[in-house]
Design a protein around this ligand. Structure first.
Ligand code: DUC
Ligand code: ZN
Ligand code: ZN
Length: 487
């Protein structure tokens, strides 16, 4: 019997971390786990009985768009408050979202604005700094300053009008990241190929939502993935490829990793359970499923599970994008419904659905074990983005971010359960086995039985210190470090 002044003891659960599964009690003082042991007694604090439940680290969603401004002046519709509720509903306790630079902007004021927004929420947060315009002052002054302020990841788009970088600009960002000590995350699709195919589709009158997938087949993602990795290899700069949609782009990552390149791959639930056929639903319904890369099909989803088991894909984020469906003039209907697929905003909401879908499709269906689930959804993103060991594990000294999980509970996903501000979920009607019954964020119970209780403004910024995981290898194709010379 270990009697102590715990504020909270979680008793009798099966603790699952990224490396171990064992029965233990967890003692929490304030916001922090202090003991993982046996027969803990709180000595006056609260006891939560977790018999029959899995006790796992709170999820980390390292790719989600929240209150993010768009080049056309619109905004992703979920506020940080609503997004926080959705996170807690689905067992997620930390997010890495985005601070988006547009043409001509310096990074300091951009980052300050996103800090103001995120601080109003409840979920702990960091940002990837999006670089859309790598002009001299941004590269020379702003990137080092932003990274020193704890934002240790940059994000670039290789496609999309107004935000995409050409190869020369991408090289410049890679080199700046290398000098500053940051990871680069990449949206990898071929801009010119998409533009060319899109023009042809529109000329042929092929304008319905399903042709979104035709405008960006896998090969244009595979090519851009290859190129993103090759240029990162040239600079010797670690990168993560966002939202890998199938085994072919994943194979590019696997080949590079096999020769030692520091490249990591992420996928999202939409590539595991949705398909191009969803964009062919009647009328405007297909718009609900438009996202980029486009969902492929069951064979590609199975191929992604192979890549997950092989370790090529080691992180599953939501790519949560809040575009409402039914409100005229907003979200998916921003330009009306009688429009070609290029006028429909990209992205699907998924903060709350992420963990249940990955657990159900992965663990409950026998594709992965529970430890792999924890690695994919919490401990790997924590390591890759410099949040470990504070986040992503269950150990003395770590934040008391926990999700209590009923592995047998069967739930049919509905939009009401998602608790975001968006009026639909692309996963409506999906049956899952395994569901979060309680979420604890820094020692506070923030969700119990689908009821979220957390105070607006209780979010905390997670500054990220330099960390060894993303140290470049010091290997250049011909031994010449161009990044040290080219500003
Ligand atoms: N694709 C992105 O690259 N960003 C947000 C939404 C999407 O589908
Ligand atoms: Zn993207
Ligand atoms: Zn995204």
């Amino acid at each position: 019997m270990n009697v102590s002044d715990f504020d909270l003891v979680i008793r009798g659960g099966t603790v699952v971390t990224g490396t171990d599964t064992f029965r233990a009690d967890i003692g929490v003082v304030g916001e922090t786990i202090t003991v993982v042991g046996e027969a803990l007694e709180p000595g006056g604090g609260r006891i939560i009985e977790a018999d029959g439940l899995l006790v796992m680290p709170g999820g980390i969603d390292s790719h989600c768009h929240i209150e993010q401004l768009q080049p056309d002046g619109s905004e992703y519709e979920d506020s940080f408050g609503h997004a926080s509720a959705a996170c807690f509903a689905g067992g997620t306790t930390s997010v890495i979202t985005f601070a988006a630079q547009f043409k001509g902007q310096r990074l300091g004021p951009v980052l300050a604005e996103y800090h103001r927004r995120a601080a109003r929420g409840m979920v702990d947060y960091s940002f990837h700094q999006i670089i859309n315009d790598p002009f001299d002052a941004v590269i020379e002054q702003d990137v080092p300053e932003v990274v020193a302020a704890g934002i240790r990841s940059l994000k670039v788009f290789l496609t999309y009008d107004d935000v995409r970088l050409d190869d020369r600009q991408y090289l410049r960002v890679l080199a700046a990241a290398r000098r500053a000590g940051a990871l680069v995350t990449v949206h990898a699709e071929n801009y010119d190929a998409i533009a060319w195919l899109t023009e042809a589709l529109l000329k042929a009158g092929m304008t319905a939502p399903k042709y979104h997938a035709w405008s960006r087949p896998t090969v244009i993602e595979t090519e851009a993935t290859h190129r993103a990795i090759a240029l990162a290899e040239l600079v010797d700069q670690p990168i993560q490829i966002f939202h890998v949609s199938g085994p072919e782009p994943a194979a590019e990552i696997a080949r590079a990793r096999a020769r030692g390149v520091k490249v990591w791959g992420e996928t999202c639930p939409q590539y595991l359970v949705l398909s191009a056929a969803d964009m062919d639903r009647p009328g405007f319904e297909g718009a609900k499923f438009i996202c980029s890369p486009a969902p492929r099909g069951p064979a590609e989803s199975e191929g992604l599970w192979d890549a997950i088991r092989a370790g090529t894909i080691d992180n599953i984020s939501s790519d949560h994008s809040g575009h409402s469906f039914s409100i005229p003039g907003r979200g998916k209907r921003a330009h009306g419904t009688d429009v070609d697929f290029t006028k429909i905003p990209n992205g699907v909401p998924g903060l709350a659905a992420r963990l249940p879908i990955v657990f159900s499709e992965g663990v409950s269906k026998g594709r992965i074990d529970a430890q792999t689930f924890v690695r994919l959804t919490a401990s790997n993103p924590a390591k890759l983005f410099g949040l470990a060991p504070r986040k992503g594990t269950i150990a003395p000294g770590s934040d008391a971010d926990l999700v209590l999980w009923d592995p047998a509970k069967k739930v049919t996903i509905t939009n009401r359960l998602m608790q975001h501000a968006i009026d639909y979920t692309p996963y409506e009607g999906l049956e899952v086995t395994g569901w979060p019954v309680m979420t604890i964020a820094r020692g506070r119970v923030v969700m119990k039985d689908d009821v979220v209780t957390a105070a607006p403004g209780s979010a905390r910024f997670l500054p990220r210190e330099p960390y060894a995981f993303i140290t470049p290898r010091g290997v250049f194709p011909n031994g010449f470090d161009a990044a040290a010379i080219m500003i």
